[in-house]
Design a protein around this ligand. Structure first.
Ligand SMILES: [Zn+2]
Ligand SMILES: [Zn+2]
Length: 59
């Protein structure tokens, strides 16, 4: 089942760095996303799909 939280995209842009991978202040690698600019979807754990029971709960 496609993950409803991320709509199958598996990850979101990091809110703390707006997807840049670097923090605005100090130009340091973003800790939240580890410099990736994106964070894995927690609902599907980066899989883009979830089991049926979890899919029901995420609705
Ligand atoms: Zn970040
Ligand atoms: Zn997801």
């Amino acid at each position: 089942m496609k993950c409803k939280s991320c709509d199958g995209s598996k990850h979101f842009n990091c809110k703390d760095c707006s997807g840049e991978g670097f923090r605005l202040v100090g130009n340091q690698p973003c800790i939240t996303c580890d410099g990736q600019g994106v964070i894995a979807c927690a609902t599907c754990e980066g899989q883009g799909k979830v089991g049926f029971l979890k899919w029901l709960k995420s609705s």
